[in-house]
Design a protein. Structure first.
Length: 167
């Protein structure tokens, strides 16, 4: 049995999509992550961390689905989103800190590395390589598969941390 993501499709006017794409790019996020941020902006840190890690896990499934369809660039961008949302989830759950920029994500990834181990560096760099891949189209299916493995560990370990903090 294959797990499917629990996402929906929303139709919006192209002019709005262009604005979303522009704003998401400005802050260094994919469209999905940017929309999630907008929706969760007023939520409390515990709810945001829970929703971020939930979205991260769902987006990981979507990355696999895109890769299985041969959509390497879309899969790569989703892998980046998975890591970004996981880092945000950790920041909210562990430090009560809201990350709002690409620079915040980079800075805070070192906190996660200190908390969870040096392997986080590899996962974070793999995710960032996927972000570049989306814009440049340089990566191969194998590179995306390898990034998924590393980023999946990041998501799973952060999920465990959040679960321990909330139970």
């Amino acid at each position: 049995m294959r797990l499917m993501s629990d996402s929906i499709t929303v139709k919006i006017p192209k002019s709005v999509l262009k604005t979303l794409e522009s704003e998401a790019k400005r802050v260094g996020l994919g469209i999905e992550e940017y929309i999630i941020d907008l929706i969760l902006r007023e939520a409390d840190p515990a709810e945001r961390s829970s929703k971020y890690i939930e979205a991260s896990r769902s987006l990981l499934l979507e990355a696999r689905e895109e890769l299985s369809k041969g959509n390497i660039r879309q899969a790569a961008e989703k892998v980046w989103g998975v890591a970004a949302l996981a880092i945000k989830a950790h920041a909210e759950a562990v430090r009560g800190r809201r990350l709002t920029s690409h620079a915040d994500l980079w800075e805070y990834s070192e906190v996660v590395e200190n908390d969870l181990g040096s392997w986080v560096y590899d996962a974070w760099m793999a995710a960032n390589g996927m972000h570049t891949c989306f814009y440049e189209g340089w990566c191969t299916k194998r590179k995306v598969e390898e990034a998924i493995k590393r980023v999946e560990r990041l998501v799973n370990e952060i999920f465990k941390v959040i679960k321990e903090l909330t139970h």
